[in-house]
Design a protein around this ligand. Structure first.
Ligand code: FAD
Length: 509
């Protein structure tokens, strides 16, 4: 008899592991392991999502005629021992795992198995577009380039192509996708899902067994089944894709989602495949006259960024987890877990994370990542926070996004320049500065926006590393024009700000 073991982020009916299963003889094993759920203090909504989606998936498999052994256990090892006692498998199949800590745990488990049990690892396509081997091959040699990777995949898979040329004559329409949204602009609400009996049971379990974990659980509205996730995709395409491109980088008070899809959690769990999402959005170009800048911009996120991040992770782990090229060592402040800070842009970016375990890309990159970079916070502490607090977080996607894209802690392996910004950028792209006690235009005053002095201090501190970087030459020219007194004042202010952060000056009690 064979066991087919399905993990919590592999919930897809088209997995090769399921396609090859024999419904008469094989048993599907699924485990809600408490110890795994406590590897980090995950946001309560993340735990509810994973457990609820697993329980729904197990029900769907049973309805399809599979025998499912679903266990709530302290650990995977304990669950497998009990499963073996009941079912005595000769073979175990599981789907390839991308996350390094989980891969290691499975190798350890496998090493301890009696020789008579054979183990086979099946392909993880369709959870990703590429197998792990194809992904490593596709990013090629260093320096890695997302654009090169993205064009290659578009050509090979014939996505948004007109023969050998990109539709619209350009590979990217990003230049059209950087518009701020004026105060008062409204966006259609994303579809929300009401917790059913299964989800309510899981909410009770999480409130009981994980009460010390962060995050609110008053309103849970994430899709937990394929059916719900498919509805979320269709509603996004019909109602919100049109303005996805234009407002991709915008931030607006109280508008937590703007035109973002909120699909990452469902895709990362396996409820939707990247292939189907890409093909349906591509089809909207003709079927629904969706604008090309929105369609291309969206497809680049999934075909490009999502696959690229995973490829970098696969090629660079395990060393990638400990990179700290800029030698940032400060502690992440406690208000990251509560959202209670007097820096308005940071508070507005943290609020949706505490409430729903999600915020959008520009808040992640240009507010919170920027904050951590400019305040010289430890990249590993920052990555741990992202890993704990987000509904869509997994090691393979957090580490490249946080350590590489947001913090440049990998020294440029993933992207050529750090994404840092002074208040000017945040003011241009949002209305956050209006409601902030700190002054967006001031650099040195008591109520000056901390991002201003810290931005130039970052430029100064890392001059050796970035002065010759073409994409940063303008900043270094500007910095070079300042006289010695001005540079000294900025350094002094930045030092004081870093001390103030540790002393709690940006906390709201
Ligand atoms: P949309 O804006 O609607 O984008 C569409 C889809 O594209 C997303 O659903 C996602 O599947 C994909 N995507 C877009 N950008 C990226 C990217 N950089 N990497 C991988 N996939 C991408 N994404 C996660 O899935 N999990 C994370 O833990 C995560 N952490 C991040 C941390 C930082 C510091 C940054 C800068 C980005 C992070 N991202 C992460 C990428 C991106 O911010 C989220 O995928 C996106 O905000 C999810 O919301 P959405 O579904 O509404 O995305």
């Amino acid at each position: 008899m064979a066991t087919r073991w399905i993990f919590g982020n592999q919930l897809n009916h088209d997995l090769p592991l399921l396609q090859e299963a024999n419904k008469q003889d094989d048993v599907i094993l699924m485990v809600e392991a408490t110890s795994r759920s406590k590897w980090k203090t995950y946001h309560k909504q993340k735990l509810v999502l994973v457990f609820s989606a697993m329980r729904h998936f197990a029900e769907e498999l049973r309805e399809k005629g599979f025998t499912v052994d679903y266990r709530e256990a302290d650990s995977f090892d304990q669950a497998f021992k009990a499963h073996r006692k009941d079912h005595d498998p000769d073979h175990v199949f599981y789907t390839a795992i991308t996350d390094e800590p989980m891969r290691k745990a499975m190798h350890k488990w496998q090493d301890a198995l009696p020789k008579k049990i054979t183990v086979e690892v099946c392909s993880d396509v369709p959870l990703f577009l590429l197998t792990q081997e194809e992904a490593i091959e596709a990013i090629g040699d260093k320096p890695y380039k997302m654009d090169r990777f993205y064009r290659k995949l578009r050509k090979e898979r014939n996505v948004l192509m007109n023969g050998s040329k990109p539709i619209g004559g350009k590979w990217s329409f990003d230049a059209e996708n950087r518009k701020p949204a004026k105060s008062g602009t409204t966006f259609p609400d994303p579809v929300q899902f009401r917790p059913d009996r299964i989800t309510k049971d899981v909410i009770d379990k999480v409130e009981r067994d994980f009460s010390n974990h962060p995050g609110a659980l008053d309103s849970f509205h994430w899709p937990v089944t394929r059916q719900e996730a498919t509805r979320a995709l269709h509603c996004f395409i019909e109602e919100r894709l049109e303005t996805f491109g234009t407002y991709q980088d915008a931030m607006l008070t109280g508008e937590d989602t703007l035109s973002h899809s909120l699909l990452s959690a469902a895709i990362n769990l396996g409820l939707l495949t990247p292939e189907e999402v890409i093909r349906q959005v591509e089809a909207a170009l003709e079927d629904q006259d969706a604008p090309l800048n929105a369609v291309e911009g969206f497809i680049r996120q999934i075909l490009g960024w999502r696959e690229y991040m995973r490829a970098v992770y696969l090629a660079e782990m395990p060393d990638y987890a400990s990179v700290n090229a800029l030698r940032h060592e400060a502690d992440l402040p406690d208000f990251f877990w509560t959202g209670k800070t007097n820096m308005n842009c940071v508070a507005e970016s943290l609020r949706p994370v505490v409430e729903h375990a999600h915020n959008h890309h520009i808040q992640r990159l240009m507010v919170l990542g920027n904050f951590a970079n400019l305040f010289a916070i430890s990249p590993q502490q920052t990555a741990d926070w992202f890993n704990e607090m987000y509904i869509d977080a997994y090691d393979w996607v957090v580490l490249p996004n946080v350590l590489g894209m947001a913090l440049h802690a990998d020294g440029g392996t993933l992207s050529t320049k750090p994404y840092i910004a002074s208040a000017n950028y945040i003011h241009k792209m949002s209305d956050y500065c209006k409601g902030c006690p700190f002054h967006q235009k001031d650099m040195l005053g008591e109520d000056a926006c901390p991002f201003n002095a810290l931005y130039w201090d970052f430029i100064d501190r890392h001059e050796k590393r970035f002065a010759d970087n073409q994409r940063m030459s303008m900043m270094y020219r500007q910095w070079g024009k300042r006289d010695a007194d001005s540079k000294r004042d900025i350094r002094k202010k930045a030092k004081a700000l870093r001390k103030q952060l540790q002393d709690g000056a940006f906390d709201i009690p």
